[in-house]
Ligand binder design. Sequence first.
Ligand SMILES: [Zn+2]
Ligand SMILES: [Zn+2]
Length: 73
Amino acid sequence: MLEMKTACEHCQKRLDHEDEAYICSYECTYCKSCTVSFDTTCPNCQGSLLRRPPRQARKEGSPSTVSRGDPLK
Ligand SMILES: [Zn+2]
Ligand SMILES: [Zn+2]
């Protein structure tokens, strides 16, 4: 289970789920300005920092099937 961190590990800036945040493959989390200053490389593990998707994306089920509203029974 991937835990959503709510603060930048470098400057402790609060990162809400809607905020632009960057994570490395080991789940280090940074704000945008720190990520830019690190040149998108994690200072802890040298991994690439990637943009965290806003809010936890639902992996199961496509939106089209959810919004249909067809009764199953
Ligand atoms: Zn930061
Ligand atoms: Zn890292």
